[in-house]
Design a protein. Structure first.
Length: 119
């Protein structure tokens, strides 16, 4: 089934309007204490019925969280160069996930003894 350009625009506009209406309805509902209680209970049930999902998430992100924790420790103690030399694998992991994109770690991408750029 193919849609014309106008039909696609119309469908997208209807979808956008419906999402806005749903958001307004939710904003009104979330102030209702009964709704909040039911929603919390549902979330709690889901969490208890699916512990392997959370466990999997934590296991997958364990290395990243440890690397971020180490980075913030060295940042707090103004030893970023030490972080880079002592924990190069964690530094590389943070670079790989673009953790420093919005931050300025003031670290170069090469170590002091390494003149070659393998990247």
């Amino acid at each position: 089934m193919e849609y014309s350009e106008d039909q696609v625009k119309h469908i997208l506009e209807k979808y956008k309007c419906q999402r806005e209406k749903d958001k307004i309805i939710y904003q009104k509902k979330k102030e209702n204490p009964e709704f909040v209680k039911k929603n919390r209970e549902r979330a709690k049930q889901h969490y208890h019925n699916n512990p392997e999902m959370k466990q999997k998430y934590y296991q997958e992100n364990k290395e990243i969280q440890l690397a971020k924790s180490s980075y913030h420790y060295y940042l707090k103690n103004n030893n970023l160069e030490k972080f880079k030399t002592k924990k190069p694998e964690k530094y590389e992991l943070l670079l790989k996930i673009n953790y420093f994109k919005d931050q300025n770690p003031s670290l170069s991408t090469t170590t002091s003894g390494d003149d070659s750029n393998s990247e």
